[in-house]
Design a protein around this ligand. Sequence first.
Ligand SMILES: [Zn+2]
Length: 431
Amino acid sequence: MSERRVLVHGGTVVDATGARRADVLVAGGVIAEVGPHLERGRRGTLALDAEGCVVAPGLVDVHTHLREPGGEEAETLESGSRAAALGGFTAVVAMPNTEPPADSAEVVRYVLERARTACCSVQPAGCITVGRQGKVLAPMAEMAGLGVRLFTDDGHGVQDPSLMRRALEYASSLGVVVAQHCEDDALAAGGCMNEGEWSSRLGLPGRSSLAEEVMVERDLALARLTGARLHLMHLSSAAAVAAVRRAKAAGLANVSAEATPHHLSLTDEALAGYDPVFKVNPPLRARADVEALRQGLADGTIDVIATDHAPHSPEAKQVTMCEAAPGMVGLETALAVALTDLALPIADVLALMSWRPARLAGLGDGQGGPLVPGAPAHLCVVDPARGWVVDPAKLASKSRNTPFAGRRLQGRVRHTLYAGEPVVIGEEAQR
Ligand SMILES: [Zn+2]
């Protein structure tokens, strides 16, 4: 928590309660005052210009790979949380597919300890199964006791339906969320891009969207049976969106779904140049799938946008398509891609990226707002009119594997405050 007094002036405050022209005064780590024309001249107060900007609760990512422990050559909590702050995020949920994986209280404690000096709140997720092997349930109660609210074997789905059923029953008794990477291994096996017109043209082995559809349908049935909180990660296909829409329409209220900026913005045609930067799981799909995901966002079938920020070293990517590691970095471009490509009002984008994911992950501590006196000062200041070009060399992430290199985007984070501390000022990280 920062003792500093900060005045964010001249912007429009947008949070879950609506929009209003207001300055925001921050002192002692919390919001002291919100209102028009707050006093500017007081000595020792840092004034941050928000003219033409939206002042919003900090963004929240429920799906971030920070690679620590074990993958520090690709990312650390320090570099990843700096990238997050530059992207407007004040909280991220760190995926547990580290080395060793976060499948025990010991590893969760290690991540929490390292998180204390990060540029944003880092909430560790725990594994569903020991070693992410899909055989034996991990000690979820112990990890929940340390504050873990989301469990996932991400990178890999839980294949055994009876084990997934027990995970959901266990999670239900603990009041936590089970988040599934929806791909059936047998159906996805061997594929390194979407199975379709482009995989045939390029002569690359396909990964059928049926792998996603089958697991989504199975898990919806298990959620219906158990009543547990199920979150479906990075949906990519029209069939999966339709399945979730049907389930919600039939009254299934304990299920949520996410989509990533890359699945909402890019198609499998991007792989035409055989560049492994476009390899990701689940893979980039066809134009009709992208349209279905956007429709799913618009009608509430998909609840949140999550980055699936997945940093990889050059060695892991500069190989053939089939050998390359799947995944893309996304923290520093997520908001701009959403604002540029989705044709949604900024308040809707902020709902999808701030207060809804904060609620989904059970974060509390003022994450996701609203911006009211007394609340912890986690906020981002976004200039929606600012155009910029993505330059991989300038990313704060330790990794460069962005699929948006050279893309012109509109909308950029100008300032970010985490617990009252200005961690980003004028598009520059402060530590
Ligand atoms: Zn995944």
